[in-house]
Design a protein around this ligand. Structure first.
Ligand code: IMP
Ligand code: MG
Length: 332
C-alpha cells in the first residue's frame, strides 16, 4: 500500500479475483485498475452470488472504489457493457481512451488459426487484436462512439491519486508462467507479458511508485490449454484429491499438479514479490474451510504455509479458506 500490484504466480486462475475483492472491502481501495483482456476471467463470490469477470475490475464489490481499465488493456465492448449491467457500476467505471479494442474479426482469426488452436487459445481474439495494435492499425476506445461516456485518462487519474496518497490496486490477469517474454514456455503462452513490471507498465505506473507486489499462489497448480505442466496428475486423481476445476472463462477442464516450491520461489523473485497470498487452502486441508483466524488452522496447514514462506522467502499474509470474498485469514 498505497500502490499494490497483484500478480498470479503460475498459469493463471490462482484466485486473484477473490484476493482483490477482499482487499477492496477490507482496505477500502480507492482505485482498482484492470490490465490485460477478456481471455482472463476473475471469479468473485460475494453475498452468495458468483461473478466471472472478463472486463470489470474485481474490486467492484466496494461501492466506493473507482474502477478503471488500463491504457495498455484490450477492450471487448460487448462484454464490457454486459458486465457493467451485471455489476451495476455505471458512473464509477471508465476506460482509458487509448486502450485498444477487440473486434469480432479478431476472435474469428483466433479460432481459425491452426497455431493458436495448438496452443489452446481461449479464442477470445486477444492475440490477433494485439497484433493489430502493434501494427498501429487497431481501433482505440476513443474511436468507439458507444464508449463516449466511459472514457478517461486512466494514467493521469491513477498518478494524481497516488500523489495524494490514494490506495491503488493494479489488477494483473493470467499468471506469470503465461508471460510472452518471461514464462519460458513459448509458444504456449499468452500474447503479452503478464509479470508484475508489465502490469504496472500497462497501467502507466512507474516502478518507483509501486509499494508492494502481492503474488497470488494457489495450494495446487492448474493450467488450461496446451503446454508443459511439470508434475501433472490425471483428471481422476485431481477429482479424488478434491481439486479438479473447470475454467471460469471457457468451461474447459483445468489440468492440475501439486504445489511446486521451486517454481514458487522463482516466480516470487522475478516478480519482486513483497507479500504472498495462498488461496484454496481448504481444497488441500478441508478442515480449514471458512476459518478466519490463523490460530484456528490445523497443524499441517500451518506447516505448509511455513514451508512456502521458508522456501520462497515471501511472507504469506493472506490465506484463502473458502470461495466468498471474506473467507480469508488476514495476517497483516
Ligand atoms: P490466449 O491468450 O487466449 O491466446 O491463450 C493462450 C494460452 O493462455 C492458452 O493456453 C490459454 O488457455 C491460456 N490463457 C489465457 N488466458 C488465461 C487465463 O486467464 N487463465 C488461464 N489460462 C489462460
Ligand atoms: Mg481465471
Amino acid at each position: 500500500m498505497p500502490c499494490t500490484v497483484i500478480v498470479g504466480a503460475f498459469w493463471g486462475d490462482e484466485g486473484k479475483g477473490k484476493i482483490i475483492s477482499y482487499l477492496a472491502l477490507k482496505d477500502n481501495i480507492d482505485f482498482c485498475v484492470r490490465t490485460g483482456s477478456v481471455n482472463a476471467a476473475h471469479t468473485v463470490w460475494y453475498e452468495g452470488k458468483k461473478y466471472a469477470l472478463h472486463m470489470v475490475p474485481a474490486a467492484f464489490i466496494n461501492p466506493k472504489t473507482r474502477l478503471l481499465i488500463a491504457a495498455g488493456a484490450n477492450v471487448d465492448v460487448k462484454t464490457f457493457f454486459a458486465e457493467v449491467e451485471q455489476t451495476q457500476v455505471q458512473g464509477r467505471i471508465a476506460i482509458d481512451q487509448s486502450a485498444s479494442i477487440i473486434e469480432e474479426k479478431h476472435a474469428a482469426a483466433d479460432k481459425a488459426s491452426a497455431v493458436n488452436k495448438g496452443i489452446g487459445t481461449t479464442g477470445r481474439g486477444v492475440g490477433p487484436a494485439l497484433e493489430e495494435r502493434v501494427r498501429r492499425t487497431a481501433k482505440l476506445a476513443k474511436d468507439i462512439p458507444e464508449l463516449k461516456n466511459y472514457l478517461t485518462d486512466e494514467v493521469q487519474e491513477v498518478n494524481d491519486g497516488l500523489d495524494i496518497g490514494k490506495k491503488v490496486l493494479l489488477e494483473g490477469t493470467q499468471g506469470f508462467m503465461l508471460s510472452l517474454f518471461l514464462g519460458g514456455g513459448y509458444p504456449y503462452v499468452t500474447g503479452r507479458d503478464t509479470g508484475a513490471s508489465a502490469i504496472a507498465s500497462e497501467a502507466g505506473v512507474g516502478p518507483t511508485r509501486v509499494d508492494d507486489v502481492l503474488i497470488v499462489y494457489k495450494s495446487f497448480i492448474t493450467r488450461v490449454g496446451a503446454g508443459p505442466l511439470p508434475g501433472e496428475i490425471t483428471k481422476e486423481e485431481a477429482q479424488k484429491r478434491g481439486w479438479f476445476e473447470v475454467a471460469a472463462g471457457t468451461g474447459r477442464d483445468r489440468r492440475s499438479a501439486s504445489f511446486d516450491f521451486d517454481l514458487a520461489k522463482k516466480t516470487a523473485k522475478i516478480n519482486g514479490a513483497t507479500q504472498g497470498a495462498m488461496t484454496k487452502l481448504d481444497c488441500i486441508f478441508p478442515s480449514c474451510r471458512s476459518v478466519k483466524k490463523y490460530s484456528d488452522l490445523p497443524k499441517e496447514a500451518k506447516e505448509f504455509i511455513k514451508e512456502v514462506e521458508d522456501k520462497t522467502g515471501v511472507p504469506i499474509t493472506l490465506i484463502g479458506t473458502g470461495p466468498e470474498a471474506m473467507d480469508i485469514v488476514d495476517r497483516r
